[in-house]
Design a protein around this ligand. Sequence first.
Ligand code: FAD
Length: 493
Amino acid sequence: MTQQPIRIVIAGGGTAGWMTAAAMSRTLGRTAHVTLVESDMIGTVGVGESTIPPLVNYLRLLNIPEPDFMRATHATFKLGIQFDNWRVPGESYFHSFGGTGKDHWTAGFQHFWMEGKARGHDVSYDEYCTELVAARESRFAHLPDGRLNYAFQLDATAFARFLRGIAEGEGTQRVEGKIAHVEMDGESGDVAALTLESGTRIEGDLFIDCTGFRALIMGQALHIGYDDWTHWLPCDSAIAVQTSSVRPAVPYTRAMAHDAGWQWRIPLQHRVGNGIVYCSRYLDHDAAEERLLGNIEGETTTKTNRLRFVTGARRKQWHRNCVAIGLSSGFMEPLESTSIHLIQRAIMRVIRMLPAGRVSERDEAEFNAQQMQDMEQIRDFLILHYKATDRRDSAFWRHCASMEIPDSLAHKIALFRETGRVFRTNEELFVENSWIQVMMGQGIMPQSHHPVAGKLSDRELEHLLRGLRETVAKTVGSLPAHADYVAKYCGAQ
Ligand code: FAD
């Protein structure tokens, strides 16, 4: 006997809602009936424009041609993030995608690089990473076998619109209107239906809360609490503004620290996204806006958009027949562009754990444990940027440098400082090279390295290091200018 299609109701049509609708309707086909409710009156958060490489997989899984996506979202390629003023004002480093050098099974490349340093080689660690050098020189092309790892910088509003087209094409039903009431089933305790202000009632089997910071179902109706992480990540405010482009788009995002937080710059094909992230205890909102507008290039093309947030995670992201995806599930500042990725991971997990009838409590527990682990690992990585700093020039940075940090992060830092080692466990998003680049960029240098690197003679070590550098230089030298490549790839020329 064939089962009735599962009725999936998505509340909210921002990036989270439409990414979910597109993925579910395209993947599940006739087995699901997807409805999405959104309110034009409320609108979306309208930010979220810098991404990380797994988004490439989202497009592939959904059979979305990359040039179509890039044209529709005015996207550029992204090879990493340039961090300015984080360790000390005036200094910069890159956290790029991809690996650096070549690891040996006994020890990562950093150990061989450090052995070289000890023997007088003074070439920067950066020169051994193709993505990093390509970003710095603003070059890009697709290389075979994923030899250049990339993500995108995109227009958030256009992205949601593009996904809406896909979702509706696959049968997602869009309902416009404001949700006024979440109706519970008195017997089971499940969510039974959403009632709109118009009186329309939408029943479902599975509800996805994508209502953003409001968390209408998970927070307001189901009263699932929220872990506040502001004592580790003290920024609580942001102001965003868009500007015209004044130069060809570079394939990287900039994160420029200031005395109470940082500022982003995200270059798209047709404009630049800018924003300031700050801690309102140390910088008031008007002063933050003034600072942002004083440090942008080009003309502003939008009004400033002020946002407040509480960094943290919803204690349960799946409860009974409701799953929170997107800002309703928690929020960490966009320092490493991880929110859209968490949306993608949650979508893939829900699809894998789609209930065949009633929700299994074991699925629910498994989902919550996996999501929370992802969030805690990302949280630690973000805290690293604030904690490991030599800045003492403002009360904000003095606070960050002296704050307590989670034991998991303290261990990771101490291990790297003592031994040069870093381990990726439990499918952590950020790989060893990410931790190494950021730890060294923030001034943490290992006191020792693996003895195996000492096995190489001076000639062998020189040969290894030079060979790797030359391969990077040759690869990058063969790449076209990023902006030219984007224009050609998207067929704009
Ligand atoms: P929203 O965009 O807020 O959408 C909520 C939806 O719910 C809307 O459609 C709204 O109409 C609907 N809704 C709400 N209440 C009701 C109601 N009562 N009835 C009907 N509909 C309702 N992420 C990244 O990956 N990279 C970044 O660079 C990045 N930068 C960011 C910068 C800032 C300052 C902030 C705050 C976030 C950033 N993010 C970033 C996160 C990213 O913006 C979000 O993860 C993403 O936009 C998803 O938002 P959302 O869909 O959950 O919520």
